[in-house]
Design a protein around this ligand. Structure first.
Ligand SMILES: [Zn+2]
Length: 141
């Protein structure tokens, strides 16, 4: 399967080599019935090696989650066999229910109906802090 063979779908390009399975799991791509192609260690002029994921379905991706995992990924939207949009990601300012607080005294642990909200506190280190107790979570990808 190459880009040309996708009629309506999404191609995630410039994934850091070896990270495609993390993204596959985080985006719950295993729950899709459509074709999903994972290309590992593709040659890249800029990156040396990269991973690519091709999804043969016009999936509405959570760009905040993707940006959190790896903000260097480019998202190509394919319609009628042509690339109609190329999106660049950035680190989201806010994450809701993506990561969870590890402070056992945090109110989100006791009150599980609360959304787990994290705010970006240090973009250079990819550090997020819990909006309730300010516990820091370092980038885990
Ligand atoms: Zn917390």
């Amino acid at each position: 399967m190459n880009i040309d063979s996708i009629q309506n779908g999404v191609v995630l390009d410039h994934i850091q080599a070896g990270k495609s399975m993390d993204i596959y799991r985080y985006l719950h791509l295993d729950e899709l019935d459509c074709q999903v192609a994972i290309i590992k260690n593709a040659r890249s002029e800029h990156m040396g090696k990269k991973d690519i994921i091709k999804i043969d379905y016009p999936l509405d991706l959570d760009l905040d989650v993707l940006g959190y995992i790896d903000s260097n990924i480019t998202v190509n939207i394919i319609r009628d066999g042509k690339r109609v949009e190329k999106k660049h990601l950035e680190l989201p300012q806010k994450l809701v229910n993506v990561i969870h607080c590890k402070n056992p005294r945090c109110i989100t642990v006791a009150e599980s109906q609360l959304d787990a909200i994290f705010l970006l506190s240090d973009p250079a280190k990819h550090t997020y802090r819990c909006a309730y107790c300010e516990t820091a979570i370092d980038k885990k990808f």
